[in-house]
Design a protein around this ligand. Structure first.
Ligand SMILES: [Zn+2]
Length: 164
């Protein structure tokens, strides 16, 4: 048996709508609950989860983050909220004209593809390796980490695994 990570109800493993069994395991009732709630409620719930998680909408804009996610990207919440994912991750391409999601490089972005896939199909993805070319204060560097995605309400929960 699994336990819902929000209401603690026990449920059969097959009922779980999971991002990553270690992190989130929502029962169908709680998934319905979040469909009706604001992002603020989702963020409050994320605080109790043992992993860095960002809330990203269909435009690739970050709508929320838990404290662990803020630490993972070394930014405080006001410097994350309402920015595009590429700006939060300091992607070098996000600094080009057009910005995150609108440059010629963006169609190949693994993070963007995973978010859009999960949003359109509802299928969670787990342990996807990504490589981001960052530009921090004029210096390029490549970072690799892993992401998992799960749709919740009209957003995607983006879990970051491994160092940025
Ligand atoms: Zn539940």
């Amino acid at each position: 048996m699994d336990t819902c990570s929000r209401c603690r109800a026990e449920m059969a493993r097959t009922d779980a709508v999971g991002l990553n069994p270690v992190t989130t395991n929502l029962c169908p009732r709680c998934v319905d609950y979040f469909e009706l709630q604001e992002v603020a409620d989702i963020c409050q719930y994320l605080e109790n989860l043992p992993a860095p998680i960002l809330v990203v909408d269909g435009d690739g804009v970050v709508r929320g983050a838990n404290t662990q996610a803020c630490k993972a990207v070394s930014k405080d919440l006001p410097h994350i909220l309402n920015l595009h994912g590429g700006d939060v991750f300091e992607c070098a391409y996000a600094q080009l004209p057009g910005g995150c999601g609108r440059t010629v490089h963006c169609s190949g972005c693994t993070i963007r593809r995973a978010i859009l896939d999960t949003l359109s199909t509802g299928t969670p993805l787990s342990g996807i390796s990504v490589e981001v070319l960052q530009n921090v204060k004029g210096k390029d560097r490549k970072v690799t980490f892993q992401i998992s995605t799960q749709r919740l309400a009209n957003c995607v929960l983006l879990q970051i695994e491994g160092g940025l």
